[in-house]
Write a protein that binds this ligand. Structure first.
Ligand SMILES: [Zn+2]
Ligand SMILES: [Zn+2]
Length: 828
């Protein structure tokens, strides 16, 4: 057997095995395998956004631990990787880099810049993912910006249109005036800010009276379509049905009664404008009020704003407030804290605009989403309520169209003459209706031969919300349902409301089936200061720095062990360094083992008689296997990694290896068979450690396996070796109890030497053990050779009676007295 190189060079080892695994093809999904059961992981394709960050390290370590564990469990694992290219962030980034607005550049030029930026970012992210050692099947790699992926997105739209899930409508939508596109509820972040409440006098028609209205958005006065009061509010019931004058504009609007008005808020009188907020939208719909569109798509006042037309929102507010003041209609102002919606990509204040959009009927699916979410297995379980609460909270259907450039085209045309909609046939896709006409001779309704291609494009989530089916091979592979629903959808806690939700509604609508059987949720990465890691907070740590400094296997231990699955995990450099020290320890003990095993022939020592300490650690390793397997099954990675590390460091290295050194070094004392028993136990227990640890630290475990085990075990990689099945018959409760006593006694003796600043090899002239009873004395006597050898004892006397002396931790009735060469030890 080859000894292991002395030095643990993680950079070399990790690079080497990443390359070899790729050459061996062990991460490939076998599409033709008829024997193994598939296990498909719905890897969420990320937005390419530049170098890997620690949040990505956490995500991909989770995905990869599941993939590696399942592969060892014998599954045909599908671990694909795609890139979600059409994020709004890319357009914003390109505008910044080239210092342009997208409308000022030829669209093709702009799209070219976008795809170049995407490729640059993909290269950076991919480098990081490779460096992390993820067992991805790179033959599956895809980009949603490629026409072959458009084909899938467009086909899914056509099918859902045919099933009645897609419609066009001029409903109000969230609108980012900076990005100039509609955005979905999920893309709106809310935060609090200081605002000003303006108390404005609205004169009653034909009277000298006025009603006082408090509003934080006086710039919307030009779009005021009604004033409402609570019909139970005695102060105002008499005005319901009357008309009131809109200040400055001098037109009248009705005063209506509406139960949802809170009499205690502001003055109890509310203006309805189109649209100041979502409440306005509800009231306008309920009372069928007219709509005055006040804002343009880039956030300026329209012609409907009269003299304020062309101003920005802020300019208009200032101008109107000034006009109100001059007209004596502004009674007072006061500061308030208000909640505002912001575009999650550019942070601009989100407005509500009405424009013809495409929608998917998602609200009608809320019950189905809730039912399905309850059937899915969630890790951890309580995360499912996030999805259910989100689905229930939605006011509007999902707006799936965007007014952007870099995105998948919507495959429809309109007849130029009669407006008839022409939907692409499934065979036509991928297709860009801006460049190509529909493949029909004439409009089926009016016979016209002129068509206008749809200019709107899909929301990027339309691309990425069909991955469970796409990964399975839909629509091209006949047997795609073999891999559908995905066995696991892993996702960050922050994207449950988008990814988990959109996947659910799209696949339910398309296939009437859940997209995933289980959902694994990871928390966010916090900085060392406990706040969410971010570049602006100066608590940001770049993943490449961490990987270069301590290696992937150390960083992965941080990700696995940093906290319970689903909880937020702080990044602590000492955790990574501890991971590295652990690996050095494991490397060193493996090197030591390999040296002691040069004359050992694995597999040829079947019936060797095991010593009590051998039985002890074999039983412990078996129980560890059970605990670690349970932990991986439940995706409790922190439990798995802690248990393995504790066992390896404290039980295997500190206790067992120390206790059998004498047997291995001096077979002439304890005999050849005792030596072989120790060799065999060392060999097999270390192998068990490597196997259990393989999903967490794949590189180092593989390097050790290849040197010490590949020949005798016969698997081309540790990562395709079968996961150890827990075997109850191997466990031995008695052996564990006995071994615990022996190792505790040895540890205590060594501790005494250390306290006395003596070498661990210092000779003990005589050790007298007071076992307390006969049974304990017999156990100690049975392992007397390991005790004598390890502690360097010239003479060991074990007495069944109680006695005084140094007490052994956890065994209060056992004491010992050691007499050292040259100096007697004072008795306690
Ligand atoms: Zn924006
Ligand atoms: Zn027509």
């Amino acid at each position: 057997m080859q000894p292991l190189p002395k030095e643990y060079n993680f950079a070399e080892i990790e690079r080497k095995w990443q390359q070899k695994w790729e050459e061996m093809g062990i991460h490939r999904y076998d599409w033709n395998d008829q024997k193994r059961v598939p296990f498909s992981i719905d890897t969420p394709p990320p937005y390419p956004s530049g170098e890997l960050h620690m949040g990505n390290v956490l995500n991909w370590t989770y995905f990869d631990m599941v993939a590696r564990y399942k592969r060892m469990r014998g599954f045909n694992v599908l671990f694909p990787q795609g890139w979600d290219c059409h994020g709004l962030g890319i357009e914003i980034q390109v505008e910044k880099t080239h210092n342009v607005r997208k409308r000022d550049v030829p669209p093709d030029e702009f799209r070219k810049w976008c795809s170049e930026t995407v490729e640059k970012y993909i290269a950076l992210m991919k480098e990081g993912i490779l460096k992390l050692g993820c067992s991805i099947d790179w033959t599956t790699e895809y980009r949603t910006m490629n026409p072959d992926y458009w084909r899938r997105t467009q086909l899914s739209f056509i099918l859902l249109y045919q099933k009645g899930f897609m419609y066009q409508g001029t409903h109000p939508v969230n609108w980012c005036p900076r990005c100039e596109t509609a955005i979905a509820d999920a893309e709106v972040d809310y935060d609090k800010r200081e605002g000003v409440l303006h108390y404005i006098r609205y004169p009653l028609e034909g009277s000298n009276e006025y009603l006082l209205i408090a509003t934080s958005r006086p710039e919307f006065i030009p779009a005021c379509v009604a004033v409402e009061v609570n019909p139970q509010d005695d102060r105002f019931t008499k005005y319901i049905g009357k008309k009131i004058v809109v200040p400055v504009f001098n037109r009248t609007v009705p005063i209506i009664g509406e139960e949802t008005v809170d009499p205690a808020f502001g003055t109890g009188v509310v203006q309805i404008c189109t649209y100041g907020d979502k409440e306005d939208v509800k009231t306008v719909m309920k009372h069928k009020l007219p709509v005055i569109m006040l804002l343009t798509e880039n956030g300026r006042i329209t012609e409907n704003g009269g003299k304020y037309a062309g101003l920005t929102i802020n300019q208009a507010r200032a101008a109107i407030v000034q006009d109100l003041t001059e007209a004596g209609l502004l009674e007072k102002t006061e500061k308030i804290t208000q909640e505002v919606g912001r575009c999650d990509r550019c942070k601009a204040h989100v407005e509500i605009l009405e424009r013809k959009q495409w929608f998917m009927k998602t609200r009608q699916m809320t019950e189905a989403v809730e039912k399905t979410a309850n059937e899915v297995v969630w890790y951890p379980d309580y995360m499912k309520t996030r999805l259910i609460d989100w689905a229930r909270s939605l006011d509007w259907d999902w707006v799936i169209s965007r007014q952007r450039l870099f995105a998948t085209p919507i495959p429809v045309w309109y007849c130029k003459n009669c407006g008839e909609l022409i939907l692409a046939e499934p065979e036509w896709v991928p297709i860009d209706p801006k460049l190509e006409g529909p493949r029909v001779d004439k409009c089926p309704k009016c016979g016209s031969q002129e068509f206008i291609g749809e200019r709107d494009v899909f929301d990027t989530w339309m691309d990425s919300s069909i991955t469970c089916a796409v990964h399975a091979g839909w629509p091209d592979r006949k047997d795609w349902r073999k891999r559908f629903p995905a066995d696991m959808h892993p996702s960050g806690i922050d994207i449950i409301r988008t990814w988990a939700y959109y996947l659910m509604v799209r696949h339910l609508a398309l296939f009437n089936e859940t997209p995933y059987k289980s959902c694994l949720i990871n928390g966010m990465v916090l900085g060392a200061d406990g706040r969410k890691m971010s570049k602006s907070l100066k608590n940001y740590v770049a993943a490449p720095d961490v990987l270069n400094k301590n290696g992937a296997d150390a960083a992965r231990q941080w990700a696995a062990g940093g906290g319970a699955t689903g909880s937020d995990i702080p990044f602590r450099a000492p955790d990574v360094e501890y991971g590295r020290r652990f690996l050095v320890k494991l490397w060193n003990v493996s090197g030591f083992t390999s040296k002691l095993l040069t004359d050992y022939q694995p597999g040829k020592t079947k019936n060797v008689k095991l010593q009590p300490l051998d039985k002890w650690i074999i039983s412990k390793a078996e129980n560890l296997t059970k605990k670690v397997t349970d932990a991986f099954e439940k995706c409790q990675f922190n439990i798995a990694v802690e248990d393995i590390r504790n066992f390896t460091w404290h039980v295997f290295c500190d206790a067992y290896v120390e206790a059998v050194k004498d047997r291995l070094y001096r077979p002439e004392v304890q005999g050849a068979e005792a030596k072989v028993a120790a060799q065999q136990t060392l060999y097999e227990v270390l192998y068990r450690i490597l196997q259990l640890l393989a999903p967490v630290t794949p590189h180092l475990t593989e390097a050790i396996y290849q040197t010490l085990y590949a020949d005798s075990k016969g698997y081309k990689s540790l990562h395709v070796s079968p996961w150890p099945e827990f075997n109850q018959a191997v466990t031995d409760e008695q052996a564990e109890k006995r071994g615990d006593l022996i190792t505790a006694l040895i540890t205590e003796v060594r501790r005494e030497k250390a306290e006395k600043r003596m070498s661990l090899n210092a000779q003990i002239k005589k050790l007298t053990v007071y076992a307390g009873d006969k049974e304990t004395a017999d156990i100690i006597a049975e392992s007397s050779e390991d005790i004598v050898g390890t502690c360097k004892i010239a003479s060991l006397e074990v007495l069944a009676k109680k006695g005084s002396g140094r007490q052994i931790a956890q065994f209060a009735d056992v004491h010992f007295v050691a007499e050292y060469e040259g100096a007697a030890v004072e008795k306690t």
